[in-house]
Ligand binder design. Structure first.
Ligand code: ADP
Ligand code: ADP
Length: 236
């Protein structure tokens, strides 16, 4: 079974149709990259997967369960939606770290608030997640004292500390200086090699070519091709 099943999804912003009849299966334990020109609907599609954007018609199933609706046209309760989102980690272009907290506190906070862990347990698990992204020696730093690449690695640690079954990345390296992109892609590559199910909106064709198992190409709100990276990208 697919980790995520997207079936005939349509999304409108007012009269503007941003997604047109999207059908896409996200296989578990694999990396799917969403590519395409700016404005083609990549970010919208990604955000529909965790229902940050509501879709109007069609279905999105996460591990077989529809997200956002109990049945077509019947929105699910906020509580049920929150429960479903707990298994989905998301990393944005902007790192969205709390400036007044250290790296470790940033990661621990969600574990305390969302998972109800006690502070010492949350801090231990935060430390472990930060070690995984190579940030063990910077755990006590506030975001202002970290590079963009380091901040994004903290944001990734924050997501993986929640032990998600699925990770969504929305242009995770687009806000970074070019010399810092590699360290973030490297962390993502490690996650992929450990079997994390990942959906990644990216302009990094090297990453799509070398790390993705599947590439989905969008244009004008339509999914125009889904295939292996070598077929779609002809990358040397
Ligand atoms: P991409 O990620 O491929 O650059 P987006 O999914 O961000 O594309 O946007 C797809 C289209 O939907 C664009 O034309 C964009 O202008 C439009 N759009 C995105 N978000 C909104 C919004 N909140 N309101 C109106 N239009 C939007
Ligand atoms: P291209 O110029 O074709 O985009 P890149 O120079 O971006 O290729 O590198 C190809 C791929 O190698 C990247 O997309 C990424 O998957 C991987 N990569 C790049 N830098 C690093 C790094 N520091 N650690 C781990 N993997 C990396």
């Amino acid at each position: 079974a697919s980790a995520v099943e997207i079936r005939k999804v349509n999304k409108f912003y007012g009269p503007f149709q941003a997604l047109k009849d999207i059908d896409l299966s996200i296989p578990p334990g694999k990396v799917t990259c969403l590519i395409g020109p700016s404005g083609s609907g990549k970010s919208t599609l990604l955000r529909c997967i965790n229902f940050l954007e509501p879709y109007e018609s069609g279905k999105i199933l996460i591990d077989g369960q529809m997200i956002g609706y109990d049945a077509p046209g019947k929105p699910m309760s906020g509580r049920r939606l929150r429960d479903m989102r707990r298994s989905i980690g998301m990393v944005f272009q902007q790192f969205n770290l709390w400036p007044h907290m250290t790296a470790q506190q940033n990661v621990a906070e969600g574990l305390i608030r969302v998972r109800g862990l006690r502070k010492p347990d949350a801090e231990e698990r935060a430390a472990e997640a930060l070690r995984k992204v190579g940030m063990a020696d910077k755990m006590g730093n506030h975001p202002a004292r970290l590079s963009g690449g380091q901040q994004q690695r903290v944001a990734i640690a924050r997501a993986i500390a929640m032990e998600p079954r699925l990770m969504l990345f929305d242009e995770p390296t687009s806000a970074l200086d070019p010399e810092l992109v590699g360290e973030v892609l490297g962390v993502m590559k490690t996650l992929a090699s450990e079997g994390m199910t990942m959906v990644v909106v990216t302009h990094e064709m090297g990453f799509a070519a070398h790390v993705a198992d599947q590439v989905a190409f969008l244009e004008g709100g339509e999914l125009v091709a889904v295939d292996t990276p070598s077929t779609i990208l002809h990358h040397p």
